[in-house]
Design a protein. Sequence first.
Length: 152
Amino acid sequence: MNGEKKKFGLALLACLVLCFIWGNSMLPGEESKAISGGLLNWLRQTFPALKALPELYLRKLGHFSEFCLLGFLLTWFFLIQGQRGIHRVTMPLLFALLTAVTDETIQTFSLERYPSVMDVWIDTAGACVGIAALLLLHYLITLLFKRKGTKT
């Protein structure tokens, strides 16, 4: 796959993740709770060890996970774009932070939903883990190819 197709694919995936994040924020509170409750029931039935998992933890894990994926995709995109140095981290982190703030702002306009500063912190932490995961993976792949004597 050439560079332009990769950029387009990563941008498209990041946009789909954004649509998922913001789409969930637009749901009324009751509908959002019903979705979380259904997922929690399925998890409890499928994995009995999760019987005691509170719904709040599942919701916060959802925030963390979706932003982890977003941070991973954005970092990959900016890396392919040629971002080097500190900008490999700051560009995707800034984008993820703005996404988190927008996400919580959307909730102020959704029925029975309320913004949470704690969610912005959880979202940002998830993005940081996604960024770190991609950079670590990139570093390890680069080391592997250097050891074999080929270019990445």
